[in-house]
Design a protein around this ligand. Structure first.
Ligand code: ANZ
Ligand code: ZN
Length: 823
């Protein structure tokens, strides 16, 4: 077969892999395990270049590890619930299930055409009853443990998708999916109590050295731990107190008024009758604005006076109580002691409403005048106007004041987290039904075990009229209460799709396990995932939820691992003409067309060669052409040397000529380099260039037909084929077979290098005359200064610069450079 025709090669090997179940794995205790995972795709319809890149990266790792003797679990599946299926159903009048499963079939065939080394026997789709039924079971177990609860709350509401969004799904006040502006709405919602794990989630970020630092930083900031105090402020004329949370108790002596969240439960109680109408109007207004806007730095600070006063417990100052739009109900205690001199928001608020300022921290060598201040002073300084704490540094005073408050019974030291519980209710059909029944008499009643799973009814109608189609399926909704037998209504909220992706990696360990969600033994063998690969856009959402789920399931006894992903690689985007490849930009390259024209190996090679995985990949048609040409060269080279290397055996280092020894050195140095580049690293592009150089070296090696060169030549081309196998598996298998091997290149294992063969025998010395580069000479390793000089003086390029001149001195940097000074 003289010509490289990808179609002939790729189909053939894909069938062999499938027939031989080459990538099917079991929990083999005799081998080291390696769990490799790429983030599973949403079955949107077609594979895009981002997928091609993600999965090509993963496949190199998987094939390399397999060649190195690891038992590699490399599964694939579908994140199959979600809104697009329902929207498509509305648009085309079909069923979300039909749309989803058709897309899965098509995309699976696309992935198979890429020659990815998946164990397809473990494939799962999260919309399979067999998958989501286990999620319902775990949900109810978490409910029992108080890890799931229902409460009425204000939620982010996307008016276009007509569903609730988690905080993580709101970007700049807009829906992460459709970009419409997010509104606030009060609804009964289901939550996972992720906050119970806030501390452990934070703490364990320090035990994940295999994660990119910036992802860890984003998670730490998202969890947002802060240390401070809760302080009680008496209310004038009442017994009740107002509790605030502050991280700046050092500013307590400067607190001049109070700011409460408009939704604060004490807001109306405190309001005096004459202020009531105005206060109510303000509360209504704020409830309509979304939280993200309210807390934006440049959003106008607005408030209303309640008519009530608090007493500052250390200064006895009367502090007017305001409601303020920037104070949120669900952070801290929902109430803030306002210190306008040292907090910028309070400063702006005080200026707007003419409230008093008191400086309690002075900057070094300066005296702040409250009347002249144009911004709050937020740095560390010297304490003033603060009674016994005057003269201290403010950062030291923090601790002292906290102690004092505790001793006096005014306040307590507390820790606060920014992390909120994870709202998972979605008012949509195409999701996992929350398995409870709402009874007027009994309240929330879990669906009894014998009645699980709650299966999505197939006869819902998708009219696009808004609301949840599930809620309109009477046969689904109308049930009797399992507890009291009264008429009751089935819950129609479904779970956020991020719930399914929070444990799919556990189900991959045991996809056929029939007696529970997770087989402890098998999950115990595979977990944690050794290498996870996916986009940076999941830095907080999916990666935090998965960590939470793993910990929660550990506490339910399902797994032993505390962390799901040992190493994380976040790959860059694929860009073309300077922009992210996307339909809206009109710059997409279709993987099908690419594979049709060049074959999967070229598509893989290009995406791996064009840039390091973490960086963005700039699409280049010439680059694709170049990769294709390279594969053609390798192909031709193998068939060119094939007649000469027939039955050649391993080279005998002792009997090699100079040229052969040089080639062999290049071969072994290349093996060493590629191994280094792939082992626990992702330097694919430099590994590929090293192989390209090796191919050049083989091409220029002559004479190829000399019998004594056959062993070295054979070793050289075989190494090329082996080193390329993880990148371009089809070509590699075909050439390996052509070279006379049976059983496949992967099974042959990864080549090892002979350290002796890599030792340099000659050195290249740069020769300068009066500091200018004039030539290069080759000398034997171990040559002394005199030999180097002799070679330099005799060199044709150097000689003309010395002719007729007097040599004053020569400076030799051993092994590198000779500078001859003439005059
Ligand atoms: C007084 C003070 C003085 C504050 C000062 C800051 C500076 P972190 O660090 O992010 O935890 N705060 C407390 N609860 C709030 C809520 N529900 N909505 C809006 N703001 C709230 O932030 C803690 C600080 O944020 C607290 O410390 C409080 O203002 C404010 F010079 O108290 B501080
Ligand atoms: Zn009941």
């Amino acid at each position: 077969q003289e010509r490289y025709i990808p179609k002939n090669v790729e189909g053939k090997w894909q069938k062999i892999w499938e027939d031989n179940k080459t990538f099917t794995v079991t929990e083999d205790p005799s081998k080291p395990k390696y769990y490799l995972l790429e983030m599973f795709p949403y079955p949107s319809g077609r594979i895009h270049m981002g997928h091609v890149r993600n999965y090509s990266i993963g496949d190199v790792v998987g094939r390399f590890k397999r060649m190195r003797g690891f038992n590699v679990l490399h599964p694939m599946g579908w994140d199959a619930f979600g809104m697009p299926a329902e929207n498509a159903a509305i648009k085309h009048g079909s069923h979300p299930a039909k749309w989803t499963y058709e897309n899965i079939d098509y995309m699976r065939s696309q992935l198979k055409k890429m020659g990815l080394s998946y164990d397809w026997g473990r494939e799962l789709a999260t919309c399979d009853v067999d998958y989501y039924k286990w999620e319902q079971k775990m949900f109810l177990e978490m409910y029992e443990k108080g890890l799931v609860y229902k409460k009425s709350s204000f939620v982010n509401w996307c008016p276009d998708c007509e569903t609730v969004l988690a905080n993580e799904q709101v970007e700049d006040g807009c829906c992460w999916r459709c970009d419409s502006e997010v509104a606030q709405k009060e609804l009964d919602q289901w939550f996972f109590r992720i906050t119970r794990y806030a501390e452990e989630l934070l703490e364990d970020t320090w035990n994940l050295p295999g994660w990119p630092e910036r992802v860890l930083v984003m998670q730490r900031n998202w969890i947002g731990k802060s240390f401070g105090c809760e302080i009680d402020f008496p209310v004038e004329g009442k017994v009740e107190k107002v509790k605030v949370f502050t991280t700046r108790q050092d500013t307590l002596y400067g607190a001049t008024f109070m700011s409460l969240a408009p939704e604060h439960p004490q807001a109306l109680e405190l309001t005096t009758p004459e202020r009531r109408a105005e206060v109510e109007a303000f509360i209504d207004k704020v409830k309509k604005t979304d939280k993200i806007k309210r807390t934006a730095e440049d959003f106008e600070k607005e408030g209303v006076f309640t008519g009530a006063y608090c007493i500052n417990p250390v200064t006895n100052l009367r502090m007017p109580v305001y409601l303020a739009n920037f104070v949120l109900l669900d952070y801290g205690t929902g109430a803030v002691m306002a210190v306008p001199t040292h907090d910028q928001r309070d400063f702006e608020f005080a200026r707007t409403y003419g409230l008093p300022l008191q400086v309690v921290i002075q900057p070094e060598g300066e005296t702040l005048d409250p009347a002249a201040m144009t911004a709050a002073y937020t740095e560390v300084g010297t304490m003033v106007n603060s009674g016994p704490f005057d003269g201290m540094r403010s950062d030291a005073a923090k601790e002292k004041i906290a102690d004092y408050l505790e001793k006096e019974g005014i306040g307590t030291k507390t820790v606060n987290y920014r992390l909120r519980d994870w709202g998972i209710s979605r008012q949509r059909y195409w999701g996992n039904p929350i398995p409870v029944i709402n009874c007027d008499i009994c309240g929330v009643v879990p669906v009894p075990d014998k009645d699980l799973p709650v299966v999505l009814p197939m006869d819902a109608e998708f009219t696009g009229e808004g609301g949840n189609p599930l809620a309109r399926v009477e046969s689904f909704v109308n049930v009797t209460c399992p507890q009291c037998g009264a008429e009751a209504r089935r819950e129609t909220d479904t779970m956020d799709t991020f719930v399914q992706s929070s444990w799919y990696f556990l189900r991959y360990c045991c996809p056929d396990f029939a007696s529970g969600p997770i087989d402890r033994a098998r999950a115990g063998y595979w977990m944690p995932v050794d290498q996870y690969i996916g986009g940076i856009e999941h830095a907080v959402l999916h990666l935090l939820y998965s960590r939470f789920f793993t910990k929660a399931l550990r506490d339910l006894g399902y797994v032993t691992a505390a962390e799901p992903f040992k190493n994380l690689l976040t790959q860059g985007m694929v860009i073309k003409d300077g922009a992210k490849m996307s339909k809206s930009k009109g710059n997409v390259v279709d993987p099908d067309a690419l594979i049709e024209r060049y074959g999967a190996d070229t598509a893989r090679l290009f995406t791996l060669f064009a840039s390091p995985p973490e960086k963005d990949l700039d699409w280049s048609d010439q680059g694709v052409e170049g990769s294709f040409r390279f594969l053609n060269r390798v192909w031709r080279l193998v068939f060119e040397v094939l007649p000469f290397i027939g039955s050649a055996v391993k080279p005998d280092p002792a009997s090699l000529g100079d040229g052969a020894r040089d080639l062999r050195r290049t071969v072994h140095k290349t093996i060493r380099k590629v191994t280094d580049d792939l082992d626990e690293r992702f330097h694919f592009n430099t590994a590929i260039s090293a192989v390209m150089e090796l191919v050049n070296a083989i091409q220029s090696f002559e004479p190829k037909n000399a019998p004594e060169n056959a062993p070295v030549l054979r070793e050289a081309v075989e190494s090329v084929v082996q080193l390329l196998a993880p990148f371009v598996p089809h070509v590699a298998e075909e050439l390996w077979e052509s070279l006379g091997h049976q059983g496949g290149v992967e099974a042959a294992g990864w080549p090892s290098y002979d350290p002796d063969a890599t030792v340099e025998e000659e050195l290249l010395i740069v020769v300068q005359v009066n500091g200018k580069l004039r030539g290069k000479v080759t000398v034997a390793v171990g040559a002394g200064e005199e030999q180097v000089k002799a070679a330099a003086f005799a060199d044709d390029k150097v000689k003309p610069w010395l002719d007729g001149k007097q040599i004053r001195k020569a400076i030799y940097v051993p092994g590198k450079l000779l500078n001859i000074v003439v005059g």
